[in-house]
Design a protein around this ligand. Sequence first.
Ligand SMILES: C[S@@+](CC[C@H](N)C(=O)[O-])C[C@H]1O[C@@H](n2cnc3c(N)ncnc32)[C@H](O)[C@@H]1O
Length: 141
Amino acid sequence: MRDWKQRLGRSYARFATNIAVRYPRLWPLVRPLVRKQFDVLAPEWDSMRSPDAFSPVEAALATVDGPVEAALDVGTGTGSAALLIADRFPDAQVVGVDIAPSMVERARQKTRDRGNLSFEHGDASALPFGDESFDLVTPRT
Ligand SMILES: C[S@@+](CC[C@H](N)C(=O)[O-])C[C@H]1O[C@@H](n2cnc3c(N)ncnc32)[C@H](O)[C@@H]1O
């Protein structure tokens, strides 16, 4: 993807995030655009990520020593962090949620043979899980 498109995309994502954080009631207005943006990016998302993009996640996971039976990766994208969690805790059920259906589809394709991983389309502002459903939650990065 051309540089200017990437820069524009990043600026828009920052803008939408700032709006949502400062004025949560406006999130329904920016949500379709955020979804569309990441749907478009899904096919090339993995090639856009730098090789060390997930080092902080790996470092954080290395510090978790309690039992983890269920984990949630919010804004999972193509599921890379969810995959790391599933590797670190092979007995845990790991769920990745993303607002962009194309991201969810790619995450499913990437992890098809992994029984302890599943991906759902959903919005972090209205997750379909009860309180205390997860021992570990990672935020979108
Ligand atoms: C910067 S990308 C990061 C993706 C992945 N975590 C990674 O590191 O490769 C942000 C992701 O969060 C998703 N997202 C944005 N807002 C969301 C929301 N409210 N609920 C769920 N997913 C959301 C986007 O669709 C996108 O896939």
